[in-house]
Ligand binder design. Structure first.
Ligand code: BGC
Length: 517
């Protein structure tokens, strides 16, 4: 009998897209419909946990067949076309047309405004030198952006930024570097921005729960930051503004000249790409100086890919609920399915459903899980990391963050881990479809074919793509499959981690000023 199951599993593994998940479904503990609740009373539930898990598995895995992912890539490409012609919120060209040579040198104050941290660093670029690092963080201060900061409206947010810049540069080490001169500053901004020059840009709608745009939409971002800095007499001046995905591309290209794309996947999601200028309508370069237009053959584009994907990616009822109850429904459909802000929330919604309808956690919701966004993606990642037989680590992580009146059982924790795997694996596959779509766009815009496109590197930054267990590996394997299906050489795209690239990129952007201005 054992042999029969072994060979059945082996056969399934060969045909399955995500073998470990298929295997785990067959190991599901069986559950009865009638269960005692936390208080010992007998309750009946609509379905067993096995049934619910099988449904979740079917819904999350069915779209992941290569042919289906390829079709999603095709639909995304259709969505790109009109936005490359006209849109002031996505496919945003920058003023950076040349990529760095890697020889640029200098010391800069780099600012990185992310979804959950604001970092201020002194970055030194030394250029390529044998045996030494070409980029170095001399000193860095990190400030948490929690909800109390996210909800700061209008100027209050920029005053908060200036206060933190003041704090960071009052560090004796910075004072020593700076002396009496004003520090050249580069900003990596993790929100859309409509560039009006290399050092300025108009504030556009911000996602991630921020309210800083209230009353300030369309105002000059550089001035919004510099005004409170001047009020505090800070010795800084804004030299460059780039989106964080563009910053990642610049910093990665500084080290690896084959870089043409950058992916950010942390709290938020985005991809930057270096495209021929002819891929965008001329109206997208309205207001650009003639000299720039004459010189630029390519341009660094902030795609704001998070905003694409509506009616492209199949969604479940939990995804739809997340969207409907979001402060900005439909603003960033792709991001809702894959970024660190949402993976935990999708799993939380499934847990809430499972507690009510299938008796998970003895029918009682663990602490805080009734609050939206209370189940952090970091908790999911930590639970997935535990591959031990008894899931001791996963259980204690879960219990420490979400205590239950009755200790969670092995089956409860197994359920949560399975759901997390399904949600994160789907995210990795959808990301692969998004990268494929942009890779195809760039390939054709360059007049190449998938076969002649050659190898290229993609700089990857952000907690999910850098740290979530197996995420990058899974995305890479889907990507290999999709590019090969399109006729490319095997492994023609390499996803490479670009550590601290937003902060480095803010500095690299200032260093390339002369070349791009
Ligand atoms: C923002 C992008 C940003 C990305 C990654 C998205 O929510 O719209 O501008 O690049 O997050 O931080």
């Amino acid at each position: 009998m054992f042999d029969f199951w072994q060979s059945l599993l082996a056969a399934l593994e060969r045909i399955a897209m995500l073998p470990s998940l298929i295997q785990s479904a067959f190991r599901l503990p069986s559950r009865k419909r009638v269960r005692g609740d936390a208080a010992g009373a007998v309750r009946t539930y609509d379905r067993t946990m096995d049934d619910l898990l099988r449904e979740v598995q079917r819904l999350f895995e069915a779209p992941l067949e290569p042919a289906k992912l390829l079709a999603m890539s095709g639909k995304l490409q259709e969505q790109f076309a009109p936005k490359l012609q006209a849109s002031n919120i996505c496919m945003l060209p920058s003023y950076n047309h040349k990529l760095p040579t890697g020889l640029e040198q200098g010391t800069y104050l780099a600012l990185d405004v992310g979804g959950s941290t604001f970092r201020v660093a002194v970055v030194e670029l030394t250029g390529k030198q044998p045996g030494s690092k070409s980029m170095r963080i001399v000193t860095m201060k990190s400030y948490t952006i929690d909800n109390s900061v996210r909800i700061l409206r209008g100027h209050a947010f920029f005053d908060w930024m200036a206060e933190k810049i003041e704090c960071a540069i009052s560090d004796p080490q910075v004072k020593m570097i700076n002396g009496a001169t004003s520090l050249p500053m580069g900003l990596a901004w993790s929100f859309p921005v409509e560039q009006t020059s290399i050092r300025s840009g108009n504030l556009l709608d911000m996602g991630k729960g921020f309210r800083a745009t209230e009353g300030l939409l369309g105002e000059d971002l550089s001035e919004l930051i510099m005004a409170p800095c001047r009020k505090r007499n800070l010795p800084v001046h804004m030299d460059s503004i780039v989106n964080d995905s563009s910053a990642t591309l610049l910093s990665r290209a500084y080290e690896d000249p084959s870089t043409r794309f950058a992916v950010i996947l942390g709290t938020g999601f985005n991809i930057a790409v270096h495209l021929p200028t002819k891929a965008l309508a001329t109206s997208k370069f309205h207001g650009y100086p003639q000299k720039w237009l004459d010189e630029a053959s390519h341009v660094l584009v902030n795609t704001e890919l998070s905003m694409f994907g509506k009616n492209v990616f199949p969604t479940t009822k939990w995804d739809d609920y997340l969207n409907e109850t979001h402060v900005k429904p439909d603003f960033q459909p792709f991001e809702h399915l894959i970024s660190g802000r949402y993976l935990g929330e999708i799993v939380r919604l499934i847990i809430v459903d499972a507690v009510k309808t299938a008796g998970l956690f003895s029918g009682e919701l663990p602490q805080k899980l009734d609050e939206p966004y209370s189940f952090e993606t970091g908790t999911l990642a930590a639970m997935e990391l535990d591959e031990s037989k008894n899931l001791t680590q996963a259980t204690s992580i879960f219990e420490s963050r979400h205590p239950c009146s009755k200790p969670p059982t092995y089956n409860d924790i197994t359920f949560v881990r399975h759901v997390s795997q399904l949600v994160s694996h789907r995210a990795a596959a959808y990301l692969a479809a998004g990268i494929h779509a942009l890779w195809y766009l760039r390939t054709t815009a360059e007049g190449l074919t998938p076969k002649s496109a050659g190898r290229l590197a993609i700089g990857c930054n952000g907690s999910v793509i850098e740290k979530y267990p197996l995420f990058r590996e899974l995305c890479q394997s889907h990507l290999d499959e999709l590019t090969t299906l399109s006729g490319a050489e095997p492994r023609s795209i390499a996803l490479e981690v670009a550590v601290e690239s937003a902060i480095f990129g803010a500095a690299v952007a200032v260093s390339t000023l002369e070349a791009s201005a």
